[in-house]
Design a protein around this ligand. Structure first.
Ligand code: NAD
Ligand code: AHE
Ligand code: ZN
Length: 403
């Protein structure tokens, strides 16, 4: 069997912040160590929206910019404008999906055509320095290529439109009917699992659960603060409840979030807009000196500082989960750390992707973790621009697209 080029539909981001265009895209056969996947369902994550926005920030004046023209002009005026190295155009975005293996390249042994899989933006090769360290879920094998939109073998893209290459994104590019990924980035899952639901286990839900279980290692009885009650923040609340947290304080500028948040374990709600004091002070006052653990699930560097500073002196740990615009920086008084607070961050909740995504799928099948509850909308790939608009509405957690 010799795999051929497949022409299929994909949503192409030609330029930052311009509507995605459904195009006929040529998807090359998988090379050695690669897997071509028929994507059946994909959700949208805020990281896709962030990359699509092409947001740039100057360290000097914090100018936000959302068009190429604007960006080019600003780059001339402000040479230290920082661009996200992963935000390359034209590209096919998307990294939270599920599908079926269509064909495999030479040397691929762990999946076969027909296997049900979840593409993993964080690879797991089990051989590199990172994987062998036992200290991290980050993998070094293909990151140098996936971070710049190409495949490892030949540093080229497998996507093209009439000969014009289109960049991959995060090693997954799931806004396409077919995609090619590295074999170390594929988790084989139970074929009985509903793909239209478990696609969420490719990013947001594991990130929140793992931030609590793997990164912070929240103990029973802990007081937890969650900043931002989107999918990631709600998954943090769900994880904290499962870990036996005694109080889970949800903080969001949208008060409508609280009703939903209660179903995920949030016990108290604080809207910073209802207070004159800085939010860190509000939380410290509410908790007799601060929380044991806090999680920033927004991507706002000012809130990251507040999340650290609302932690209890001596031991409070704050985990950064949100992705801030490229070029932004965090700050606090070093005294905050000298006096025992700990600042951490997490990628994919510290889960080892190929090993643990199948385990998360099993937990979902046994009804031990929620997934369906995070899906508020269902649309098709052709409606992807509408799906991006929905993300900015308070009522949308995850929108799943039938591809
Ligand atoms: P979301 O937009 O659905 O949720 C963010 C929430 O924060 C919203 O409810 C919003 O009302 C609230 N918010 C905004 N500004 C606020 C403020 N100043 N104070 C309090 N609340 C505020 O996003 P999401 O999908 O849940 O993702 C959250 C973040 O996590 C994003 O930055 C995303 O890119 C990032 N992310 C990181 C990882 C990782 O591996 N580290 C994985 C997935 C997502
Ligand atoms: N390109 C951005 C950073 C983006 C980022 O932090 N990505 C997260 C995943 S977000 C998923 O929704 C991550 O896991 N990063 C670790 C990695 O290996 O990519 C920038 O600012 O440069
Ligand atoms: Zn994501």
């Amino acid at each position: 069997f010799q795999a051929q080029v497949i022409t299929c539909k994909a949503a192409v981001a030609w330029e930052p912040n311009k509507p995605l265009v459904i195009e006929d895209v040529q998807v090359a056969p998988p090379q050695a160590g690669e897997v071509r996947i028929k994507i059946l369902f994909t959700a949208l994550c805020h990281t896709d929206a962030y990359t699509w926005s092409g947001k740039l920030t100057s360290r000097i004046c914090f100018v936000h910019c959302s068009t190429h023209l604007h960006a080019a002009l600003l780059s001339m005026l402000l040479p230290n404008l920082v661009q996200d190295p992963e935000g390359l155009f034209p590209c096919i975005l998307g990294h939270e999906a599920a599908g079926i293996v269509e064909s495999i390249g030479e040397g691929v042994t762990e999946v076969q055509p027909g296997d049900h899989v979840i593409p993993c933006y964080q690879a797991e090769c089990r051989e590199c320095k990172f994987c062998k360290s036992g200290k991290t879920n980050l993998c070094g094998k293909v990151r140098a290529a996936t971070g710049v939109g190409v495949m490892m073998n030949d540093r080229k893209s497998r996507f093209s439109i009439n000969g014009t290459p289109i960049y991959h994104f995060m090693g997954t590019s799931t806004f396409s009917q077919y995609t090619v990924v590295h074999d170390v980035s594929v988790a084989k899952i139970d074929p009985k699992a509903p793909l239209e639901k478990v696609c969420l286990l490719g990013c947001g839900v594991p990130t929140g659960l793992g931030a609590v279980w793997n990164t912070a290692k929240v103990e029973s009885g802990s007081i937890v603060a969650v900043f931002g009650l989107g999918t990631v923040g709600l998954a943090v609340a769900e994880g904290a409840k499962a870990a036996g947290a005694s109080r889970i304080i949800g903080i969001d500028i949208d008060s409508k979030k609280f009703d939903t948040a209660k179903n995920f374990g949030v016990t108290e709600f604080v809207n910073p807009k209802d207070h004159d004091k800085p939010i860190q002070q509000v939380i410290v006052d509410l908790t007799d000196g601060g929380v044991d653990y806090s999680f920033e699930c927004i991507g706002n560097v000012t809130v990251m500082r507040a999340a650290l500073e609302c932690c209890h002196k001596g031991w409070g740990t704050s985990v950064i989960v949100g992705v801030a615009a490229s070029g932004q920086e965090i700050s606090t008084r070093p005294f905050q750390l000298v006096t025992g607070r700990v600042w951490k961050g997490t990628a994919f909740g510290g889960f080892k992707s190929r090993s643990q995504v199948p385990w998360l799928v099993e937990k979902y099948m046994k009804k031990e973790i929620k997934v369906d509850e995070y899906i508020t909308h269902n649309l098709t790939l052709g409606e992807i621009n509408e799906a991006f608009h929905l993300m900015h509405e308070g009522g949308c957690l995850r929108c799943v697209l039938a591809v």
